[in-house]
Design a protein around this ligand. Structure first.
Ligand SMILES: *Cc1c(COP(=O)(O)O)cnc(C)c1O
Length: 219
Protein backbone atom coordinates (compact mmCIF):
# COMPACT_ATOMS: atom_id res chain seq x y z
CA UNK A 1 0.00 0.00 0.00
CA UNK A 2 1.32 3.44 -0.90
CA UNK A 3 0.86 6.56 1.23
CA UNK A 4 -1.78 7.68 -1.28
CA UNK A 5 -3.71 4.41 -0.91
CA UNK A 6 -3.45 4.54 2.87
CA UNK A 7 -4.87 8.08 2.87
CA UNK A 8 -7.74 7.12 0.58
CA UNK A 9 -8.69 4.17 2.73
CA UNK A 10 -8.55 6.16 5.99
CA UNK A 11 -10.49 9.08 4.52
CA UNK A 12 -13.21 6.72 3.33
CA UNK A 13 -13.45 5.42 6.91
CA UNK A 14 -13.64 8.90 8.41
CA UNK A 15 -16.32 10.41 6.22
CA UNK A 16 -16.84 14.13 5.72
CA UNK A 17 -17.03 15.44 9.25
CA UNK A 18 -13.81 14.20 10.80
CA UNK A 19 -10.54 15.88 9.88
CA UNK A 20 -7.31 13.99 9.51
CA UNK A 21 -3.98 15.09 10.96
CA UNK A 22 -1.26 13.05 9.27
CA UNK A 23 1.31 12.53 12.01
CA UNK A 24 4.66 12.91 10.27
CA UNK A 25 6.97 12.95 13.34
CA UNK A 26 8.94 9.88 12.21
CA UNK A 27 8.82 10.72 8.51
CA UNK A 28 10.90 12.60 5.99
CA UNK A 29 10.08 15.61 3.84
CA UNK A 30 9.87 13.25 0.83
CA UNK A 31 7.22 11.13 2.56
CA UNK A 32 5.31 14.24 3.62
CA UNK A 33 5.38 15.41 -0.01
CA UNK A 34 3.89 12.09 -1.14
CA UNK A 35 0.99 12.69 1.23
CA UNK A 36 0.81 16.34 0.11
CA UNK A 37 0.54 15.31 -3.55
CA UNK A 38 -2.33 13.03 -2.55
CA UNK A 39 -4.12 16.11 -1.19
CA UNK A 40 -3.20 15.99 2.51
CA UNK A 41 -2.62 19.45 4.02
CA UNK A 42 -2.65 18.96 7.81
CA UNK A 43 0.45 17.43 9.38
CA UNK A 44 1.21 16.79 13.06
CA UNK A 45 4.63 16.85 14.70
CA UNK A 46 5.68 16.20 18.29
CA UNK A 47 8.89 18.27 18.44
CA UNK A 48 9.00 22.01 17.80
CA UNK A 49 12.47 22.01 16.28
CA UNK A 50 11.71 19.25 13.75
CA UNK A 51 8.39 20.88 12.86
CA UNK A 52 10.05 24.25 12.30
CA UNK A 53 12.64 22.73 9.96
CA UNK A 54 9.93 21.00 7.94
CA UNK A 55 7.82 24.17 7.91
CA UNK A 56 10.75 26.13 6.45
CA UNK A 57 11.33 23.65 3.64
CA UNK A 58 7.85 22.51 2.62
CA UNK A 59 4.90 24.23 0.84
CA UNK A 60 3.40 27.12 2.76
CA UNK A 61 -0.18 25.94 2.48
CA UNK A 62 0.56 23.08 4.88
CA UNK A 63 -1.13 23.49 8.26
CA UNK A 64 1.23 22.41 11.03
CA UNK A 65 -0.22 20.99 14.24
CA UNK A 66 1.83 20.55 17.41
CA UNK A 67 0.69 17.33 19.07
CA UNK A 68 3.57 16.66 21.49
CA UNK A 69 4.37 17.80 24.99
CA UNK A 70 5.46 21.43 24.62
CA UNK A 71 8.21 23.18 26.54
CA UNK A 72 7.45 26.78 27.39
CA UNK A 73 10.85 28.07 26.26
CA UNK A 74 10.36 26.71 22.72
CA UNK A 75 6.93 28.18 21.99
CA UNK A 76 8.53 31.21 20.30
CA UNK A 77 9.89 29.08 17.44
CA UNK A 78 6.47 27.88 16.30
CA UNK A 79 4.42 30.96 17.22
CA UNK A 80 4.76 32.61 13.78
CA UNK A 81 3.19 29.72 11.87
CA UNK A 82 1.65 26.94 14.00
CA UNK A 83 -1.95 26.28 13.02
CA UNK A 84 -3.20 24.34 16.09
CA UNK A 85 -1.55 23.32 19.36
CA UNK A 86 -3.18 20.11 20.68
CA UNK A 87 -1.15 19.76 23.84
CA UNK A 88 -1.86 22.64 26.23
CA UNK A 89 -1.57 21.17 29.73
CA UNK A 90 -0.88 24.19 31.98
CA UNK A 91 -1.78 27.83 32.49
CA UNK A 92 1.91 28.69 32.37
CA UNK A 93 2.24 27.22 28.88
CA UNK A 94 -0.91 28.99 27.80
CA UNK A 95 0.37 32.40 28.98
CA UNK A 96 3.54 31.91 26.98
CA UNK A 97 1.53 30.97 23.88
CA UNK A 98 -0.60 34.09 24.42
CA UNK A 99 2.52 36.26 24.76
CA UNK A 100 4.25 34.85 21.68
CA UNK A 101 1.04 35.10 19.65
CA UNK A 102 0.80 38.76 20.62
CA UNK A 103 4.40 39.36 19.53
CA UNK A 104 3.52 37.84 16.17
CA UNK A 105 0.34 39.86 15.94
CA UNK A 106 -1.87 36.79 15.64
CA UNK A 107 -4.28 34.58 17.52
CA UNK A 108 -3.21 30.99 18.09
CA UNK A 109 -5.76 28.18 18.20
CA UNK A 110 -5.25 25.47 20.79
CA UNK A 111 -6.75 22.43 22.52
CA UNK A 112 -6.53 21.47 26.16
CA UNK A 113 -4.90 18.07 26.52
CA UNK A 114 -6.92 16.01 28.98
CA UNK A 115 -5.63 12.90 30.72
CA UNK A 116 -8.21 10.26 29.88
CA UNK A 117 -6.02 7.15 30.04
CA UNK A 118 -5.45 5.05 33.11
CA UNK A 119 -1.73 5.01 32.34
CA UNK A 120 -0.07 7.55 34.61
CA UNK A 121 2.68 8.19 32.07
CA UNK A 122 0.48 10.21 29.75
CA UNK A 123 0.50 14.00 29.91
CA UNK A 124 -2.60 16.05 30.34
CA UNK A 125 -4.90 17.92 32.68
CA UNK A 126 -7.42 16.34 35.00
CA UNK A 127 -10.96 17.64 34.72
CA UNK A 128 -10.48 19.62 37.96
CA UNK A 129 -7.25 21.23 36.75
CA UNK A 130 -9.02 22.17 33.53
CA UNK A 131 -11.90 23.74 35.45
CA UNK A 132 -9.42 25.79 37.49
CA UNK A 133 -7.90 27.20 34.32
CA UNK A 134 -11.27 27.92 32.71
CA UNK A 135 -12.42 29.92 35.71
CA UNK A 136 -9.17 31.81 36.28
CA UNK A 137 -8.92 35.55 35.70
CA UNK A 138 -5.61 35.05 33.85
CA UNK A 139 -7.28 32.84 31.28
CA UNK A 140 -10.12 35.28 30.84
CA UNK A 141 -7.69 38.07 29.98
CA UNK A 142 -5.72 36.26 27.30
CA UNK A 143 -6.65 37.90 24.01
CA UNK A 144 -4.26 36.15 21.65
CA UNK A 145 -5.27 32.54 22.15
CA UNK A 146 -8.44 30.84 20.95
CA UNK A 147 -9.62 27.64 22.63
CA UNK A 148 -11.05 25.20 20.07
CA UNK A 149 -11.61 22.10 22.21
CA UNK A 150 -9.77 19.22 23.80
CA UNK A 151 -7.35 16.44 22.92
CA UNK A 152 -7.06 13.04 24.56
CA UNK A 153 -5.07 9.83 24.18
CA UNK A 154 -6.55 6.52 25.24
CA UNK A 155 -4.63 3.80 27.05
CA UNK A 156 -2.49 1.66 24.79
CA UNK A 157 -4.44 -1.57 25.24
CA UNK A 158 -6.07 -4.37 23.23
CA UNK A 159 -9.27 -3.93 25.21
CA UNK A 160 -11.72 -1.96 23.02
CA UNK A 161 -14.20 -1.58 25.89
CA UNK A 162 -11.65 0.33 27.94
CA UNK A 163 -10.68 2.54 24.99
CA UNK A 164 -14.34 3.27 24.35
CA UNK A 165 -14.92 4.20 27.99
CA UNK A 166 -11.98 6.63 27.89
CA UNK A 167 -13.15 8.25 24.64
CA UNK A 168 -16.68 8.65 25.98
CA UNK A 169 -15.22 10.36 29.03
CA UNK A 170 -13.30 12.74 26.70
CA UNK A 171 -16.53 13.45 24.85
CA UNK A 172 -18.23 14.39 28.14
CA UNK A 173 -15.37 16.77 29.06
CA UNK A 174 -15.62 18.26 25.55
CA UNK A 175 -19.35 18.95 26.06
CA UNK A 176 -18.62 20.51 29.45
CA UNK A 177 -16.00 22.87 27.94
CA UNK A 178 -18.37 23.76 25.12
CA UNK A 179 -21.06 24.76 27.62
CA UNK A 180 -18.69 26.64 29.88
CA UNK A 181 -17.11 28.68 27.08
CA UNK A 182 -20.10 29.16 24.82
CA UNK A 183 -20.08 32.94 25.20
CA UNK A 184 -16.37 33.21 24.51
CA UNK A 185 -15.45 30.67 21.88
CA UNK A 186 -16.69 28.22 19.32
CA UNK A 187 -15.60 24.89 20.78
CA UNK A 188 -15.70 22.55 17.79
CA UNK A 189 -12.70 20.22 18.00
CA UNK A 190 -12.47 16.91 19.83
CA UNK A 191 -9.06 15.51 18.86
CA UNK A 192 -8.92 11.80 19.61
CA UNK A 193 -8.03 8.61 17.76
CA UNK A 194 -4.71 7.25 16.45
CA UNK A 195 -3.82 4.43 14.03
CA UNK A 196 -4.90 1.67 16.41
CA UNK A 197 -8.09 3.17 17.78
CA UNK A 198 -9.48 5.80 15.43
CA UNK A 199 -12.58 3.82 14.45
CA UNK A 200 -13.60 3.67 18.12
CA UNK A 201 -12.78 7.38 18.54
CA UNK A 202 -14.98 8.36 15.60
CA UNK A 203 -17.85 6.25 16.94
CA UNK A 204 -17.48 8.16 20.25
CA UNK A 205 -17.70 11.61 18.62
CA UNK A 206 -14.16 12.50 17.56
CA UNK A 207 -13.97 15.41 15.10
CA UNK A 208 -10.22 15.13 14.44
CA UNK A 209 -7.97 12.07 14.36
CA UNK A 210 -4.16 12.04 14.55
CA UNK A 211 -2.82 9.17 12.46
CA UNK A 212 0.83 8.34 11.86
CA UNK A 213 1.74 4.74 11.13
CA UNK A 214 -1.47 3.85 9.26
CA UNK A 215 -0.75 6.73 6.85
CA UNK A 216 3.00 6.42 6.36
CA UNK A 217 3.76 2.74 6.82
CA UNK A 218 3.01 -0.51 5.01
CA UNK A 219 -0.15 -1.97 6.44
C1 LIG B 1 2.62 9.71 17.53
C2 LIG B 1 1.32 10.27 17.93
C3 LIG B 1 0.15 9.95 17.21
C4 LIG B 1 0.11 9.00 16.04
O1 LIG B 1 0.32 7.68 16.44
P1 LIG B 1 0.12 6.46 15.42
O2 LIG B 1 -0.10 5.29 16.33
O3 LIG B 1 1.37 6.36 14.63
O4 LIG B 1 -1.07 6.75 14.59
C5 LIG B 1 -1.03 10.58 17.61
N1 LIG B 1 -1.07 11.44 18.65
C6 LIG B 1 0.03 11.75 19.36
C7 LIG B 1 -0.09 12.72 20.50
C8 LIG B 1 1.26 11.17 19.03
O5 LIG B 1 2.35 11.49 19.75
Amino acid sequence: MSIRENLLRIKADLGENVSLVAVSKYHSKEEIMQAYRAGQRIFGESKIQAMTEKYAQLPKDIQWHMIGHTQTNKVKYMAPYVSLIHSVDSLKLLSEINLQAQKNNRIIDFLFQIRIAQEQTKFGLSEDELLDILSSADFEQMQHIRPRGIMGMATNTDNPAQIKQEFLYAKSVFEMVKNKLHTRANIDTLSMGMSGDYQIAVACGSTMVRIGSAVFEEN
